[in-house]
Ligand binder design. Sequence first.
Ligand code: ACO
Length: 315
Amino acid sequence: MKILGTGSALPKKVVTNDDLAAFLDTSDEWISTRTGIRERRVLSEETLQSLAEAAGKAALENARVAPEEIDFVLVTTVQAETLSPALACDIQTALGLKCMGLDLNGGCTGFIAALSVAEGLIAAGRARKVLIVSAEALSRFADWTDRSTCVLFGDAAGACVVGEGEGLKDIRFMSEPRRDVLCASTPPGNSPFAVDPAPAEYLKMQGQEVYKFAVSHSFKDIQAMLAAHDLQPEDVDFYVLHQANMRILEAVRTRLKVAPEHFPHNIERTGNTSSATIPVLLDEMNRAGQLKPGCRAILNAFGAGLCTGTALIEF
Ligand code: ACO
């Protein structure tokens, strides 16, 4: 399976660290030093669906694939606008698609999980081309009164068209179930039979626990992928990691002993957009002409579960 084209869309509204300091006890200095984030994009006029449609349309155009060639749409999202129908169904009218659509919630690892599902569909002969759209609106379930979490997140959609061909070499996942360190919940509903239903809660995170998990597992996962394919760190052109924190990216990079130009990032402009970070960054790299034929990349993401996903891919 190979990536045939990419797309992305960000909300218009730019929220700087100084904007946050206007209503939270925080500062640009604290946020940028601890995370590398300077600004993020947040949904205001748009809907998540409109972002997903824009990213999907851009990916189809970039791949030069007609809507009728798409056999399956996979949307990764932690929370779409509606529980039913799936966002993957809702974006089809605007994109001119008429195929099965499915939403997947793999947390921040969702995009890599979707690559794996698409690979399976294509290998089984059930699809020839799949549209993957990762669309996330963390602004909707972040607690905007909690300075330790809301400053980290942004909204975005990234997309790619995948199809038959040589490109994806390997995908691996790791899971260490730990609900306590990162979770958010939905409203409990109004069933008269529910006993002691838990109220909805905004996203809660034990930042230092997630940080330790991310640094140690990303490094180990990447090392394992390199070893499995008899590669040295310098044999990989780009390490496209989940954009959660610049310090996490730097810690993994220095452990691997590779130069900064091999670790692309946009977290300073976008914040953490969950499963959208990797496809948005891939799209920016693609449009900047960085993903040349033969170029090799390792994708790596970590997130709620906790779980991680790592992919080795050639363009
Ligand atoms: N502004 C100012 N002070 C703050 C802020 C803020 N925005 N947030 C927390 N603080 C304060 C805390 O209250 C604490 O104060 P205290 O010492 O008086 O109690 C102090 O700063 C230190 O807080 P820590 O939580 O220890 O700060 P830390 O250095 O660990 O940085 C951070 C926090 C940035 C969240 C870090 O732990 C981190 O990046 N963790 C990884 C998180 C992550 O990647 N999450 C996403 C993964 S899942 C997903 O992508 C959806």
